[in-house]
Design a protein around this ligand. Structure first.
Ligand code: NDP
Length: 487
């Protein structure tokens, strides 16, 4: 199986190679087979990307917003028309089942392009009445924005970052995760086909050092990262050192709170979605599932029964519901946490092993895993695992569960399941998390802002909030009388 692109980087509307960059081997996580061989960017490649973005951005910013939107809209249509082929590419790159990539990856990027294509025409500054004189504000682009992506939703992340950046009149240089470098190149081709002027969306490959070089480049005005808290802190420090704008979409250890009056099947469905989708490699996953004591045993029994039916297997088979993890390091990390959970005294209610699957000997699979009897101090309840490992904890009352849900340095997401709606709003109102759900979990339509509180991040993606983070305010005072001067 090959998915070799024409070259490693996409700059100024065309593919570019520089064999001097470090080798970057791309493998299919289901088999370990190499599907592409690329090179990380050299300083020369980075300078080419920066120079073309610098050249292209001012004219782009001068276009009428609806004209920029029209191009994004065309790109969104192409993404949808090519969804099947892009989903296959994403499955090969990430190992996620095609059943998921068909609906959650290129399709989500297309949603973002479509949304910002329309929204930008209505995104304006304000008029401020000063009783005679007045002022107005302009929303102006930042200039060159850098996007740095994680490996779990590669084209979605590239779309979520580039759509608001471009709609607002910026240029973007995007560095995908070195684990999943392919689909951002496809997005760049699509932008060109849709009529985006050359240089406005450049893709450069590489490891963390390439991200760091971009984040500290003097020509760059903003950096937006999706990744771990540790990476976010490093990039934010670099951006701060140069007074650049920054958006940080980082990790979490989010709570799902299930009260005893919740609809049992819906709560279990939400908890499973929030732990096993994408083999658990989702930043907003609700990996601490708090269940009220009266419901606890019934919940666990039915949860295990349902989780047993999850179909692991060939990611390209449309019937497969769970694929492998993205790479060996992540596979080992997750298995390590399963051992930690056992040694900490949690009860392994399901899974915990590497399944053997015919034809996928090199595959990085892990069974859906459920721990019960988990306590707040266990490492599996405190640290982000980023794999298919759910921790179930029990609680007695509302005040207690709010305090325990908030007892974490993270604050990305939270969910509450209950039929008592006043209670649902009361509880969500007190949980310190940026993205919350009531009687649902992990749905992230582009119309709603997405992002974290506390160490889970700064800034928001999607919705009009993202346009705010890809623009800056200029205030203009207008005098309508004489200048009153004491001199
Ligand atoms: P990493 O934090 O390891 O990497 C994220 C990106 O940053 C990669 O492109 C990486 O490059 C790059 N990078 C690494 N070091 C630096 C540096 N010093 N300067 C600049 N860039 C750097 O995350 P993963 O890709 O491993 O993804 C998993 C993590 O991301 C999880 O913790 C998860 O919670 C989080 N995540 C958060 C999301 C959110 O929206 N909040 C969404 C998805 C994931 P390279 O990979 O090439 O080293």
């Amino acid at each position: 199986m090959r998915a070799q692109p024409k070259a490693s980087h996409y700059i100024n509307g065309r593919y570019v190679e520089d064999q001097g960059g470090p080798a970057l081997s791309v493998t299919y996580p289901a088999t370990g087979e190499q599907i592409a061989a690329l090179h990380g960017a050299t300083p020369n490649i980075l300078e080419l990307a920066v120079a073309s973005a610098r050249e292209a951005q001012p004219a782009w910013a001068r276009l009428k917003p609806v004209e920029r939107g029209r191009i994004l809209r065309r790109a969104s249509d192409i993404l949808r028309a090519r969804n099947e082929e892009l989903s296959r590419l994403e499955t090969l790159d990430t190992g996620k089942p095609i059943q998921e990539t068909l609906v959650a990856d290129a399709a989500s990027a297309a949603d973002a392009l479509e949304f910002f294509a329309g929204a930008i025409g209505a995104y304006n500054g304000e008029y401020i009445d000063l009783g005679g004189p007045f002022a107005y504000t302009r929303r102006e682009p930042l200039g060159i924005c850098v996007g740095i992506g994680a490996w779990n939703y590669p084209i979605q992340i590239a779309g979520w970052k580039s759509a608001p950046a471009l709609a607002m009149g910026n240029a973007m240089i995007f560095k995908p995760s070195e684990n999943t470098p392919l689909s951002a190149l496809a997005l760049a081709e699509i932008y060109t086909e849709a009529g985006l002027p050359d240089g406005l969306f450049n893709v450069v490959q590489g490891f963390g050092d390439v991200g760091a070089a971009l984040a500290s480049h003097e020509a760059v005005d903003k950096v937006s990262v999706t990744g771990s808290v540790a990476t976010g802190k490093k990039v934010l420090a670099l951006a701060g050192g140069h007074m650049k704008h920054a958006t940080m979409e980082l990790g979490g250890k989010s709570p799902i709170v299930i009260f005893d009056d919740a609809d049992l099947e819906n709560a279990i469905g939400g908890a499973m979605l929030g732990n096993f989708y994408s083999s658990g490699q989702v930043c907003s996953n609700g990996t601490r599932v708090f269940v009220q004591k009266v419901l606890h045993d019934r919940f666990v029994e039915r949860l295990v029964e349902r989780a047993k039916t999850i179909r692991l297997g060939d990611p390209l088979d449309p019937e497969t519901q769970m694929g492998p993890l993205v790479n060996k390091a992540q596979h080992e990390k997750v298995l390590g946490y399963i051992e930690i959970g056992k040694s900490e005294g949690a009860t392994l209610a399901l899974g915990g092993s590497v399944p053997s699957m015919q034809g996928f000997d090199g595959g990085l699979f892990i069974e859906p895993t459920i721990f019960t009897g988990v306590t707040d101090t266990m490492r599996i309840a405190r640290e982000e695992i980023f794999g298919p490992v759910m921790s179930v904890l029990s609680f007695d009352d509302e005040d207690e569960v709010i305090e325990r849900a908030n007892d974490t340095p993270f604050g990305l997401a939270a969910g509450v399941f209950t039929k008592d709606l006043p209670r649902a709003h009361r509880v969500i109102g007190q949980i310190k998390a940026g993205t919350c759900w009531i009687n649902a979990y992990n749905l992230t339509p582009v119309e709603m802002p997405f992002g974290g509180m506390k160490q889970s991040g700064i800034g928001r993606e999607n919705a009009l909030a993202a346009l705010c983070h890809y623009s800056q305010v200029k205030t203009v005072y207008v005098e309508t009388g004489n200048v009153e001067s004491p001199y």
